[in-house]
Every structure is written in C-alpha cells, then in structure tokens.
Design a protein around this ligand. Sequence first.
Ligand SMILES: Nc1ncnc2c1ncn2[C@@H]1O[C@H](COP(=O)(O)OP(=O)(O)OP(=O)(O)O)[C@@H](O)[C@H]1O
Ligand SMILES: [Mg+2]
Length: 286
Amino acid sequence: MNTVLSTSGNIPLDPSAAFGADASGAHVAASRDTRASGVKLAVHNLTMRYGNGHTALRDFNLSVRAGEMVVVLGSNGSGKSTFMKCVVGLNQPTAGSVEVAGCDLAALSGNALRQARLPLALISQSANLVKRRSVLANVCCGALGRHRTLATALGRLPRAEIETSRACLDEVGLLHLAAQRAGTLSGGQAQRVAIARALVQRPHVLLADEPVASLDPEAADEVMRLLRRLATEDGLAVVCVLHQPELAARYADRLVGLRNGQMEFDQQAPEVSSAQISRLYVDGAS
Ligand SMILES: Nc1ncnc2c1ncn2[C@@H]1O[C@H](COP(=O)(O)OP(=O)(O)OP(=O)(O)O)[C@@H](O)[C@H]1O
Ligand SMILES: [Mg+2]
C-alpha cells in the first residue's frame, strides 16, 4: 500500500491547482520550432471578446523561454488577467492560439487538452489556502491533478508525493512550518506556500497574477527573488503581472506593456524607458 493519509477530508482545490504535473504523452500537435528554441509558452494573435461585447485583449503575441522571467505591466483593466485566464483555460479566447511546451492547445479537447495544460501553474494575488488545514496539506493539493483515484478523492496521496511536497516547501524556505495551520501564516509566507503548491505541479510555465499585491515591500521582494530563482535555477518560464514597475525592472528579463488590451512594448527590461512605462498609465484605463 503506497498511500499515506496526509490531506484527509475534502480539500477544496484552488482553481489553479487543477493544472499541474507531467505533460508526458501530451505533446500531440507539437510545434518543432517552439520546442527546439526552448519556448515554453507561446501565444499568437490572442483575442478575447467578452459576452458583453468588450474586447479586453486584441492580437496579443508573446513567447517565453525556459529560464526566462517576463513581467507584464499595464493599468487596471488593460487586459492582464484576461491574458492569464486565456492561457490557463479559464477564458475561452475568441481568436488566436496558445502553445504550451510546444503543444498547440487549440488543436486539442477533452483529456488531451487537460493533459496538455498540466505544465501550467497559476498563482494569484490571494494565496487561496485552506486556512484550517496544515501548510503541508495545502502544498499537497498541487499533486491532486495527477492522481484521479478514489484514494485521492478521499484525501490520500502516495508517500512519494508527500515527499515531493515537503521538498517544494523546503525550496520556498518554509519546511519548518509544515505542520502549522495555514490560517496563521503571514501574507508573505502564505504566498510562498502557494508557490510551493504550484511547484508540486511540476510546471514548465509559472503564471503569477499580481503575486505581491498585498505584501509589504520586504515580503514582496522575497517573493520576487523566489520567482527569479525558479526561472534562473530551475528553468521555469515565469510570467508575472505586476503593478510595481521598479520591482519589474529589478527582476524581469523582459517587460511587456499592455494598454487597452493591446501590446505597447515587449523589450529587454533595461531597454524600457520610464516614459514608455508612464504612458501605460496615462489615460490607460479601459
Ligand atoms: N467576464 C467578463 N465579462 C466582461 N468584461 C470583463 C470580464 N472580465 C474582465 N472584463 C473586462 O475586461 C477588461 C480587462 O479586465 P482584466 O481583468 O483583464 O484587467 P487587468 O489588466 O487584469 O486589471 P487589474 O490590474 O485591475 O487586475 C476590463 O475592462 C474588465 O472590466
Ligand atoms: Mg487583473
């Protein structure tokens, strides 16, 4: 018997935890070009028009390589979260395509699509932890995407997954808090636990939508350092939405500016001028 009760009870999954694990076998319709160049995420002419007629994203193109960290900047309503949601499948784009690890999602459906999305992990402003459960139990939730058995429905995971979860908790520097109730964590600790939960998914692409929005400057810096390290040392393709241009300039390889749903720039971070950034926030609200 290789199961251990670690996350007993019905743990509500964070929507982001539905994406994770190994995409082996999912590379149907793989694009040789993107795989050969190390591109982990590529979106082509992505357009999102909501049901009310509002076009929140228009002809958006972006590609992110393994080991690269891209920060997306833009005013409120410029389409940043819309973009993230289109990538992970929470939005159905009106047009355009999304390639993950060389696999064109538009060509897939059903289980193949679910498999192809496994290398994507999304974290957001709120860590969305189950407060009354332990830190480790929360991190273990990241593994549930690759265990769809009755045992996992009842909250049991293989011992190896629990070891993986402990290793991920260690990676974010919080293994010593494994047994602590998640509701007692500080905002910065909670966000690092959310990152550990995402890492358990073994993502190739880590999407972070305003991960430091509710953190003090020191905690924000710590989370950004962690994301940077995950790109540089672990080779993740990291895409991060921020409202702090100075943090973006400090940590990103590339900066992408969005304004009214359209790309204003996509350049190496040191090449982006303060005037370009300021323009994003002048009359930028949609
Ligand atoms: N489900 C929806 N239906 C209709 N319009 C929507 C929907 N979701 C978002 N929008 C609109 O799309 C635009 C972009 O929203 P989005 O959430 O992507 O912005 P954002 O750049 O993430 O903003 P913020 O910085 O405030 O998070 C906004 O005008 C918003 O009102
Ligand atoms: Mg948003």
